[in-house]
Structure formats: structure tokens, C-alpha cells
Design a protein around this ligand. Sequence first.
Ligand code: BTN
Length: 272
Amino acid sequence: MPVRLDKEQIETALTTARQQRYLPFSLHLYDSVNSTNQTLWELLQNSASVGTVVIATQQTAGRGQWGRQWQSQQGGLYLSVAIAPNIDAINSYQLTFATAWGIARQLQNCDIDVQIKWPNDLVLNKRKLGGILTETKIFGSKITQAVIGVGINWSNPVPKTGINLESWQTLREIKPIPNMENLATQVLLGLESGIECLFKEGVNILLPKYADLLANKGDRVCVNDLEGTVIGVTSSGCLHVRTENSEPKSVKIPELYLEPGTISLGYCNSSD
Ligand code: BTN
């Protein structure tokens, strides 16, 4: 049986939680779609506008980062939101960072210690809870439309490196997220607050907040035979790694700046 979400419940919770609306959410709920990002692009072609949201509890062709598939069995939360950011195309990473930060912070406010794994993963107990995929339409050098897709493991099966929120909650006395409607609400509130922070306060305010929630800080990484420690992220979204110096003191310690997609930081129990 497909998991059916109650649209009114999400709308009421959003209205209660928000005094002011930054994004005019308009919800479209489905049991199963190929990809919520794909469905949203189709709605946008048929004159849907900023703030349109597509939510499903199953995807048959979920899309992940770097052209990968996103396993989207029944019971997960698959959600996409349309925005029209009008920012430079090279800054599309800012939309992903803003979303990751907003959702992680929102879930932390619910007493769920979610962190960010650079650049676009949400992690809980060092395992992957969810991911973000931002797709853009570009005109000239600007992003005219963007679809931000978020997948969160709720009750769907996950690999060893993953975690789903429902199982995590069974071990706890207090269950901060009572149902998937509530999870969808928290994700939308978090996404909105992240995007609002980026556009109202600017990327220079957002980046330190994002870096504060990075699970990777202090991690040891090995890149091209150089070992180093993750320090944080740069203003252009690169991962900043400080390498050790096995050379004499006079030789400058090389700093590495890694673009998203050039290195996979992996999870425990994985070679990913
Ligand atoms: C990642 O690879 O970590 C990002 C995964 C993003 C998956 C979400 S699920 C909702 C939206 N629709 C898709 O097809 N993908 C994104």
C-alpha cells in the first residue's frame, strides 16, 4: 500500500509555523512519481511558479548527484521546490549549501543532531540521512529557474551507510517527528530559512553557518598521495584541506581546495 500524505496537515502546520512567508508554497502531493525534480520541471513548463512544491513517498527514477540514481523506495520523503534565484550560474552551489544548512538547523531545533557532509549530504550518527540535488535552468550567465530536490530517509530501507529517521526514533523516548507530514513541514521550513538567509543576509553570512554544521571538520583525507585535515569550506564552496608537511620547515605547507565532485568523503563501512 502506498504511503499517502495528508496535504491539509502540512499546509496547516506551515501556516502555524510561519508569520511571514518568504516562499509562497503551493503543494502537489503524489504517491509515486519518476522523480519529484522531473515532475516539478514539467509543472514549471506548464506555468507553475516559484514556491511550487512536489512531494512523493516513492520515486521510480530518483536522481542523485553526479548523475547517480537515488534509491527511492516507498516510505522515504522525496520533495522538490521551485525557485527563481537570478544568481550567477557558477554560484549554484550556494542554493545547495543554503538548503543543507537550513534543513540541518531546523532538524537540530527538533532535537535531532543532523550535520552536513560536504557538499550536499545530511548526516545523523555519521550515516547518510538524506541528500540534496539542485538542478538549474540558465540564461546567459544567470540561473533563471532552479529546482531544489531533497530526499530524506524516513521509513524506507537504507544501505549500511545510511540511516532512516523512523528507526532512529524507535530507540528514543521522545520522538521529535511524529509522522511524515511533520517531516515534510520541517524540511520545507528549513529549506525556506536557508534560502531566505542566502538572499536576505548574503553568502558571507551563510557560509560560516554552513561550516559550523560540517561533520567533516577535522576529518583526515588523502588526495593525490597527500594526507591532510579538513579545515572548512571556502567562499566558492570548495573543501579546504590543510596537508601535513613532511618537508623541511622552510617548505610551505600546501593547502588544497577541492571542488565539489572531485572527491568523495565516504562513510564508515563504505568504500564510497
Ligand atoms: C544525492 O545524491 O545525495 C542527492 C539526492 C537527491 C535526491 C532527491 S529525492 C527528491 C528529488 N528528486 C530527485 O529525483 N532527486 C531529488
